[in-house]
Design a protein around this ligand. Structure first.
Ligand SMILES: [Zn+2]
Length: 227
């Protein structure tokens, strides 16, 4: 997928492979399909000379489904699309911050949700405790250290040999042709992930811890936002 290879690609053109009511499906897209707690992209597509807003993007058995504000009669041929970059870039910053929280808190992730206003991530601390108020300092230090984000692909077998890389039990890492993408943030975090990330932590801006809540034995929830 385009967004897996380069999360900074904002426009694409591709042949339509299926149309289902207000959904236009292409085999590949730069629009991120909702998954792993990250919302799908919004934007605009142009089909048969007609421009229509994309209100969400989801996975489809034939590829990626762009969910339109209203159906286009007789959609055929190619579509051209451009993503709402303000929306996507903020979600990329939020998503990359989730990895920094994983680096700060060495526990299993039991849930998470990325939002425009704020995001949350749940950890299973077991019997441990953590001074959550220190996150502002820890995460902002990670951001300022300007760690580059890079990718590498491994096989399922290679991942099975390194089970410690998997930080979340609730989301299976996506597989592309039997390969899994590892996301590496400098020297501080390495884990399989199919989401979109910034190229360097300094692009995140300022991290702001909102609150910590206990949502049961296995769910200690951290809420945060970005400036
Ligand atoms: Zn990720």
């Amino acid at each position: 997928m385009i967004f897996l290879n380069d999360s900074y690609i904002k426009e694409f053109q591709a042949p339509i492979v299926a149309v289902e009511e207000e959904k236009i499906i292409t085999a590949d897209s730069c629009f991120y399909a909702q998954s792993g707690g990250q919302p799908g992209d919004k934007g605009v597509v142009e089909v048969n000379g007609q421009k229509v807003n994309v209100i969400n993007t989801i996975k489809h058995e034939k590829g990626i489904a762009h969910v339109l504000e209203s159906a286009i009669e007789g959609a055929s041929g190619d579509i051209q699309g451009s993503i709402d970059w303000d929306h996507r870039f903020r979600l990329m910053r939020m998503h990359t911050t989730m990895h920094l929280l994983c680096a700060a808190l060495p526990y299993y992730v039991t849930g998470g949700s990325i939002g425009w206003e704020k995001s949350r991530i749940d950890f299973d601390l077991g019997e441990e405790s953590f001074e959550f108020e220190t996150l502002n300092q820890i995460i902002n230090e990670f951001i300022q250290q300007a760690h580059p984000i890079s990718y590498q692909w491994i096989t399922s077998e290679e991942l099975d040999q390194q089970p410690e890389l998997v930080r979340t039990l609730s989301v299976q890492p996506p597989r592309t042709n039997g390969q899994i993408r590892l996301v590496k943030i400098g020297t501080i975090d390495l884990q399989p992930c199919g989401g979109t990330h910034v190229a360097n932590t300094h692009e995140i801006g300022e991290f702001k811890f909102i609150k910590y809540e206990s949502k049961g034995k296995m769910n200690k929830r951290v809420q945060f936002t970005l400036d």
